[in-house]
Write a protein that binds this ligand. Structure first.
Ligand code: ADP
Ligand code: MG
Length: 220
């Protein structure tokens, strides 16, 4: 199928905690085309973060497979996964995606260098776009929650990824920052990124082309 940049098929993920078996994902499939924005919703513990980690190649599913622009990232050696992530996937996770000892602009430079891509937008211009033109030399710990979220998004977008994956990008920010983040995501979508977002925010989910609702590790 043309334009499919993210394909996940029949994903399973189990955790063992003591005697207990936790079924975090049970047979989830999804497919995103270039320029599509899909929201993953569902209650806490329904498997949203596990799904995003698996499709981003940060975690490996116990069953099923994930391909990014036609290349398998699941069950691939870490070296291959790291290359695919750096080249093709922008990741904004809840725990943050900024190296604490690097200034904001150096976080962007590092991400761009790791991607191995040439002709990427200038980090200054990207930070301007997210409203952080005056904070380029700031260390992450000095940023407010909203600034940190926008900086994290700038890092994720700095390599012009085919696939952008965001875990609750507006979870910790005020309304003005949420509005700013939504418009940045819409712009990335218009530029052709396929975007997968886990969110509890009705206003963000309302901007999605489709909603994938999870319940207890399966599509509801
Ligand atoms: P959500 O993001 O929707 O809140 P998660 O993907 O974080 O859901 O979690 C799905 C289920 O998997 C939950 O029951 C959670 O407790 C469990 N889980 C997630 N990560 C781990 C882990 N590293 N070890 C054990 N259980 C986990
Ligand atoms: Mg989560």
């Amino acid at each position: 199928m043309s334009g499919v940049v993210l394909e996940a098929s029949d994903l399973y993920r189990f955790y063992h905690v003591g005697e207990e078996e936790i079924f975090a994902l049970r047979g989830v499939s999804l497919r995103l085309r270039s320029g599509e924005l899909v929201a993953v919703t569902g209650p806490s513990g329904s498997g949203k973060s596990t799904l995003l980690n698996c499709v981003a190649g940060l975690d490996d599913p116990d069953g099923g497979y994930v391909a990014i622009t036609g290349e398998r990232i699941s069950r691939a050696p870490e070296r291959v996964r790291a290359r695919l992530r750096a080249e093709r996937v922008g990741i904004m996770m809840q725990s943050g995606n900024l190296f604490p000892h690097l200034a904001v602009i150096d976080n962007l430079r590092l991400q761009q260098r790791l991607s191995g891509k040439k002709h990427l937008p200038a980090p200054e211009a990207l930070l301007d776009r997210v409203g952080l033109g005056h904070r380029v030399q700031a260390l992450p710990e000095t940023l407010s929650g909203g600034e940190a979220a926008r900086a994290g998004l700038a890092v994720a977008l700095s390599t012009l990824p085919s696939v952008l994956i965001c875990d609750e990008p507006t979870g910790e920010v005020d309304e003005a920052n949420e509005t700013a983040i939504i418009s940045l995501l819409k712009r990335a979508q218009a530029d052709g990124a396929a975007i997968l977002i886990a969110t509890h925010s009705p206003s963000l989910a309302g901007k999605a082309d489709r909603i994938l609702e999870l319940n207890d590790g399966a599509v509801a």
